[in-house]
Design a protein around this ligand. Structure first.
Ligand code: HEC
Length: 214
């Protein structure tokens, strides 16, 4: 009896190890790990897409006499407590930009650039590439929520290829997380509903094929 039991236990142990090793080697987390080439491509897409322009606050460089990106706050959006634009729109203006280039008065209200760093609570930490692509293709938060407000250029970003958008997302995810809770936009629910319906009609008219999943 003894040798048989030992043999069976040994086989069971070997099988267990084989399954664990197999799962580990073919695991989805491992297979999906972005390559450094993909991240580099994403960095280029982000540079050309000008994400930095609105999502990194600027501060005045006194020596240059120019507003320059605050690199310590790279891509972390409008900082909690930072100022709104000081003036409201006049005439047919479409936007007034606040002093850090992250707050915007638009005809619908005041909008703040989001935190694009991978912080789990205040940034994109909980997003995945599918949700990111859906957002850019539909103009709706995570593909189904409230409309993404101007001046966020989701339409032109959403025109990029799946591969470029996946690389862009991989690059954003590779950045250091910065905790910064961006305030919600000051826009009425009615205005959001109306804009959302207009976006849906726009996407249906101009690019009905692109709302499918990547
Ligand atoms: C002209 C300014 C501007 C540029 C350029 C810009 N954004 Fe934005 N972005 C915004 C603003 C403002 C918001 C907040 C919109 C809102 O609250 O609905 C935003 C929101 C977002 C969101 C959050 C959307 C959501 O549903 O929560 C993501 C993701 C995003 N931008 C990614 C990018 C990426 C990636 C780039 C570059 C390829 C980029 N943005 C370029 C202004 C900009």
């Amino acid at each position: 009896m003894r040798p048989l039991r030992t043999a069976l236990l040994t086989i069971a142990a070997l099988l267990f190890v084989a399954v664990v090793v197999g799962l580990y080697r073919s695991g989805p987390a491992l297979a999906k790990e972005p390559s450094s080439r993909q991240i580099e491509r994403g960095r280029t897409v982000a540079q050309l897409g000008g994400c930095d322009h609105c999502h990194t606050p600027v501060k005045l460089d006194p020596a240059l006499g120019l507003p320059v990106p605050d690199r310590a706050r790279e891509l972390s959006g409008h900082q909690a407590g930072a100022p709104d634009p000081a003036t409201s729109l006049s005439g047919k203006d479409l936007a007034v930009i606040g002093p850090t280039f992250t707050s915007f008065n638009v005809p619908l209200g005041t909008v703040y650039a989001s935190n694009l760093t991978p912080d789990p609570e205040t940034g994109l930490g909980a997003w995945n590439e599918t949700l990111f692509i859906r957002t850019m293709r539909t103009g709706r938060h995570l593909g189904a929520g409230r409309p993404v407000l101007p001046p966020m250029p989701w339409r032109s970003i959403g025109d990029a290829s799946d591969a470029d958008l996946k690389a862009l997302f991989a690059y954003l995810k590779s950045q250091p997380p910065i905790r910064n809770a961006v305030p919600p936009p000051k826009v009425s629910t009615e205005a959001l509903d109306k804009l959302g319906r207009s976006y849906d009609a726009l996407v249906q008219r101009d690019a009905p094929g692109r709302v499918g999943d990547p």
